[in-house]
Write a protein that binds this ligand. Sequence first.
Ligand code: GLV
Ligand code: GLV
Length: 313
Amino acid sequence: MKIFVTRRLPDSVMARARGMGAELHDSDTALNDTDRAALLRDYDAVVCTLGDRFSADMFAGDPRCRLIANFGVGYNHIDADAAQAAGITVTNTPGVLTDATADLAMALMLMALRRAGEGERMVRADAWPGWTPTQMLGQTVTGRTLGIVGMGRIGQAMARRAHHGFGMQILYYNRSAKDLNFPAQRLDTVEDLAAQADVVAIHAPGGADTRHLFGAAAIAAMKPTGVLINTSRGDVVDEGALIEALESGAIYAAGLDVYEAEPAVPARLRALDNAVLLPHLGSATLEVREAMGNMALDNVEAFVAGRQVPNPV
Ligand code: GLV
Ligand code: GLV
């Protein structure tokens, strides 16, 4: 069995992969499309991650590959239907990054409501005139209403934090109703949710099915005091419409960890004081990245042993 790992993962994960006989592209730079497509012809199992695009055309010509084990829960960079049609199983790493991603969504919400990014920039610029009773007044977090778009594992973890920790009311939009162990009201449209929520947090998977799910109409429906948080995938939100709403003051603020054309972040967005901008840090803790790597390798190990893979998408 020939196994290939496309990117540098935490040391302990690389050591385990080496022990399994995998070949490693021990680099932070993604392979180009041509080299990545060649992996499907030359290897039985490929461990890949965010930014490693596998489009439908790459699966043509009866590839040798039978397993793509994605390091990450989101797999919108892989055409999973085309993979399946080519007889390739795709696996991902659900669960292990749920809390870390919800923690970061919470950090963005707190920063956006309390103007923490703006304040931090002022201190660093040595531009703080000193405390005054009316300086940089933000919005109280406790008791506000949070609207969750996509009530999966991460959406639920975010809702639990907001409800139990901050006394927030929870609304959600999700294709199906969820059996939840905290109070939450399901709404039929994202526009209704946008109109009623003080903060909207996006936790939808990304990819063709959810592209611009939170579009111009939803952004227009938000309150002028409304805040939009996105830690899922940039393409779920209409970024152009969001920038316009932030620029015109139609909404209050945004907290973003993901962007439509990552790692490109539009200059207009970077110029805005009411946008908190992070570099896709959702799952970025050492423990979580090790757990993600080990989960991806567990899937490879099961595949090599001829067992059922634990985390097919
Ligand atoms: C990271 O964004 C992931 O999908 O795991
Ligand atoms: C991700 O694991 C989700 O279901 O939200």
